[in-house]
Design a protein around this ligand. Sequence first.
Ligand code: ADP
Ligand code: ADP
Length: 220
Amino acid sequence: NEVLRLHAITKTYGKDGPSPVTVLDGIDLSVDRGEVVALVAPSGAGKSTLLHIAGLLDTPDTGQVLLNGRDMTGLPDKARTEARRVDVGFVYQFHHLLPEFSAAENIVLPQLANGTAQRAAADRAADLLARVGLSHRADHRPAALSGGEQQRVAFCRALANAPALLLADEPTGNLDPATSDRVFDVLMGLVRETGLSALIATHNLDLAQRMDRVIRLGDA
Ligand code: ADP
Ligand code: ADP
């Protein structure tokens, strides 16, 4: 029962220019339902490209992307956008929270965009914030939060619409080591509690070892 399967994915940048760069060359990987997979790669190995392809933000040159068993290859943009909105949550190294809105509002907004009623969206935001230990920060704007707190809010936002798959690109890479450890624990707790499947890119081998399986890319 696979949430994600990438089959024979290739991607070359600058194909029509003088110096094309092949970043992904025949990548196969899968994430089972409820599984948390680490993606370990040296910088420049194509980690972000792979996550963007898996999350339907970018298209491969060849190969297939299956989400929940459904082949996304060649679907029109509208269908891909819809699938991304429903099925995928993203977390990046930087939180990318909206600065003018509170922590709670940052978690409510994607739910409203998805058609959830205001009351239900607010309840879910409060529940998610409680799970990451930030109930007391619900009304603070991102600038008033510490780096670790900002990332915890970003996790809540990624999970706001209950996606099938979480894609994370160095989710704690911008934090000092001690904070990174703690915030990673919070993320894993949240993922496990909700039975979410996840593909999490990291340089940190200690963090990678705490996931169910490690996939290496490039010379990692
Ligand atoms: P990683 O996340 O592993 O550091 P990326 O997927 O960001 O790797 O990039 C892999 C390689 O592809 C890098 O050499 C990068 O410079 C190159 N690259 C990424 N995006 C583009 C692009 N839009 N155009 C050209 N080259 C790119
Ligand atoms: P860290 O130790 O994680 O780097 P900080 O030193 O940035 O955290 O902040 C310590 C605590 O103070 C955090 O809980 C943070 O939310 C709170 N805090 C920092 N700046 C503000 C602010 N402008 N308004 C309210 N709370 C703040």
